[in-house]
Write a protein that binds this ligand. Structure first.
Ligand code: SAM
Length: 458
């Protein structure tokens, strides 16, 4: 395994693009609006732009690209933590092995079912299964856990897409994971800077930098064609991490013909028992986080960007406009805390503590369409097939109607009060569907939902 993150090259690029002229930044912004993405060199120019006026044009371009590819939709999900018992020592994490505050909870099948029911009752349809690294969380356990989540029903609801963020495994186990019908396999490199990685991951299997770097390759080799990458911002220089994420995306695209399905941008949050988490080695300001998201949106326009509840409500509301396409809501980071143990301390501090219904109400009143859509992956539009559709903007013919249908289903089952308040928004969104046949079909599927049918999509 060769390290495809060439650190010297990244430092050279960052060095050569210092203090860019306004004209150079503007040329790159114009290029980005063609929706063909940007090279790491171009992205470095934008990252090195410290001029607030020009930076505002980068934000405006990010908004424009987000609008043209993703419209006003935002996909919602929640994490479901399985275990906080960990064999690793990640110095920034509340679950770290040597952290005296580390919990010892591993959910059994009944507890997973209860957690799933609690999440379905809120209206969730998409979950992210998360676990600390624990020998008990092996592929047998994961297969059972995933089956339990998919089999659970509560009222009219069920979980229709389960993404997974667990420790890397071998190809044989990844193949079994693929067999469980997961959506995306997601794993964050935390920091792409090798020395920093080694210092921060002092023991346990996670201390192997290259093994982690190649985990998404192994998942792809096993047939999991939607993979998600990410960096934990605050551990090392953010400009370096953004370029490394882009090189990782290029590596996946070159090797498998498809880049990452999503990029996550978690920022370090305080965690019980970790000094580093409270005093990030390379703190990232709110404005820098805005820049990170905007530059990623320009550089990889068709890759989903995921934002979690680590960020506070006010900042999240701002970041939605800059290119974020998926958000978690109503999250808890302790195993078992949706259905019991509601006061327990989690892996890190959750800053946006609004419930799912509060987030949805805010989104809808700001003109966003909250989406619980799972149709692409259930219709086989994944990996390269998804990107082929996404690139010419075709995906819009599916996404907008599907977002509206899943939102309507949520309103009918979980939030009839809000349904009354935003009736006009839904009607107006349907009228904006360009293809008259799709528009007509959407209206008729809406009617079927009102009559009691469920899970309707294109
Ligand atoms: N076992 C999996 C793995 O190997 O990545 C899951 C790890 S953890 C449960 C999920 C993610 O939480 C980590 O990848 C890390 O980026 C993030 N995380 C850990 N500590 C954090 C903190 N203090 N603040 C914010 N995010 C944190």
């Amino acid at each position: 395994m060769k390290n495809f993150i060439n650190e010297d090259k990244i430092f050279d690029i960052l060095g050569e693009t210092q203090s860019p002229s306004r004209q150079r930044v503007k040329t790159i912004i114009n290029k980005s609006l063609e929706l063909n993405g940007l090279s790491p060199e171009d992205a470095a120019v934008l990252l090195n732009c410290e001029d607030d006026v020009v930076l505002n044009s980068v934000f405006t371009a990010a908004k424009q690209i987000k609008e043209s590819i993703y419209g006003n939709r935002l996909v919602l999900f929640a994490p479901l933590y399985l275990s906080n018992r960990c064999v690793n020592n990640c110095l920034y994490c509340g679950f770290s092995k040597d952290n005296l505050n580390t919990g010892t909870r591993l959910l059994d099948t009944n507890e997973i079912r209860e957690e799933t029911k609690a999440l379905i009752s809120q209206g969730h349809k998409r979950l992210l299964l998360v676990s600390a690294e624990d020998p008990a969380v092996n592929i047998d356990y994961l297969e059972e856990a995933i089956k339990t989540v998919y089999d659970t029903r509560e009222g009219n609801g069920n979980i229709r897409r389960l993404n997974v963020n667990v420790a890397p495994m071998g190809v044989k186990d990844f193949k079994r994971l693929k067999g469980t019908d997961i959506g995306t396999y997601q794993l964050f490199q935390e920091t792409y800077h090798n020395n920093t990685y080694t210092t921060l991951h002092s023991s346990g299997p996670k201390s192997d930098y290259l093994k982690r770097l190649y985990a998404c390759d192994l998942a792809q080799n096993a047939g999991i064609d939607d993979v998600g990458i990410g960096a934990l911002f605050g551990l090392y220089n953010y400009k370096f991490e953004v370029l490394a994420l882009l090189f990782h995306a290029m590596h996946l695209e070159d090797t498998f013909g498809v880049g990452p399905h999503t990029i996550s941008v978690p920022r370090l949050e305080p965690a019980q028992g970790s000094d580093i988490a409270s005093r990030p080695p390379s703190p990232v300001s709110d404005n820098e986080l805005k820049k990170i998201i905007a530059v990623l949106r320009l550089a990889v326009p068709y890759t989903g960007i995921i934002l979690s509840t680590r960020e506070n409500a006010a900042l999240r509301d701002e970041l939605f406009y800059l290119g974020v396409s998926q958000i978690s809501a109503g999250s808890r980071t302790v195993p078992g805390s949706y259905s019991s143990d509601k006061e327990a301390q989690g892996q890190f501090t959750v800053s946006d503590e609004r419930s799912l219904s509060e987030v949805i109400e805010e989104l809808a009143t700001s003109g966003f369409i909250p989406s619980f859509c799972t149709s692409c992956y259930r219709s086989g539009r994944t990996g390269e097939d998804f990107m082929e559709l996404a690139k010419p903007g075709e995906i819009k013919n599916f996404c907008q109607p599907n977002a509206l249908l899943t939102f309507e289903e949520y309103l009918l089952d979980y939030n009839p009060k809000l349904a009354q308040k935003i009736k006009a928004l839904i009607t107006s969104e349907i009228s904006k569907i360009p293809d008259p046949n799709v528009r007509k079909l959407t209206s008729s599927k809406m009617e079927s939902l009102i009559q009691g049918e469920r899970d309707l999509y294109f």
